[in-house]
Design a protein around this ligand. Sequence first.
Ligand code: NAD
Length: 444
Amino acid sequence: MAKKPTTAEKRRMAASAARRRQISGTLEEWRASAFDNALRQFDAAARRMKLSDNQIAMIKLPRRITEAMLPIRMDDGNIRLFRAYRVQHNIARGPAKGGIRFHQDVNVDEVKALAFWMTYKCAVVGIPMGGAKGGVVVDPRTLSLGERERLSRRYIAEMIDLFGPDRDVPAPDVNTGPQVMTWMMDTYSMHKHDYIPGVITGKPIELGGSEGRKTATSLGVAFCVERAAEQVGLELKGATAAVQGFGNVGSFAALFLHQRGVRVTGICDVDGAFHDPEGIDVRAALDHTAKHGSLKGFKGGKSLKDGSKVLELPVDILVPAALENVITADNADRIKARIVAEGANGPTTPEADEILAQKGVFVVPDILCNAGGVTVSYLEWVQNRMGYYWTEERVNQDLKRIMDKAFDEVAATAKRFRCTMRIAAFIVGIKRVTEASEMRGLYA
Ligand code: NAD
């Protein structure tokens, strides 16, 4: 049985419920606390590892925070300034790696948290890169195509010394995609008078993007679910699953689970939620979103009024693949799944984490579960540097090898330290970053 929430937890629950109600509005409250949450996760692992103060000093906080004001000439001739950030959290293990987000609610605290998670995500899956993240405070829906291009190019031009294939390699994030990556790569290449595709990942295939990148995060989630099912003794064939979010990660995660014999009984996105105990036709849902842009109007199942109820369906596997902070002290007790596979970044609050652990739910934490995306980004960078490109089959084979190894290492660490998979993932990641940092020593 879960313990009753304290007053402080109730306050947090109320705040998180308020946040969930205003999902399309600002998420400032979460973003302000995102870095605190990240540091709490770090501290829980560091305590168990008995890290020294010097070790902590070297790896806990971001090493470089850059803020710039980008002047952009708008289509009407006026010049507007856009606030932009790049946070490089740690580069002990290799060049910094992390996406660039265009969103009106971007703030430095959020970017710091996301950069922090990138450091440990890369370390958990053992790819030789550090952690970074970038953001521009802008609602891109308010920009024309030309304004978006000028903003993307100016971002790189303004901070050009930060970037480089051996320095810091950005990628897409919320509201940025292959086109933005192309403009950014072109700007960098023009400045350097060279063609340098390895400065950025998430490019279109025609310009050095990797086969398999589009589905990499979801395939990684599916590989983690296979391993988690073995851990809890669940037969995937005939098991049931619910997926929150039907975008890039959620839709393909649902498809990959379906392909493994799992009955996906609940799906939702921002426009609709559907439940069918007999199993939703996932391909029909994918076709519907391809045609209509969202699940709105989908006919394959009983429509649920409250999309957040998808999280509470009686299923074996739950994949949150939409937003941060959706599993909270408020609803964690009502989660019925035996496995929670975190496709999204930060879907579970620290309080909810404790409740799930008490209930014996097997949580595959985000820094492991959704690391398939950065793993194939790394493979894209490798291919760019060789100038030789692999088939999707080859990329997926490498992805599986890397994800399975990482899962097994985290599971073994969880056993050894008698801790959750989340703390274990941080222990694995922190150990690798600490070792690299100590081997390199302190310059000057
Ligand atoms: P996306 O924009 O393609 O999809 C997000 C989905 O969530 C959409 O279907 C949207 O409708 C849905 N959604 C939004 N609000 C919702 C709500 N209130 N209830 C239910 N659904 C809601 O984004 P994505 O790339 O699939 O990313 C999803 C999550 O996965 C994010 O947390 C992201 O940081 C994380 N992630 C993505 C990748 C990647 O490779 N795309 C890699 C690692 C982590």
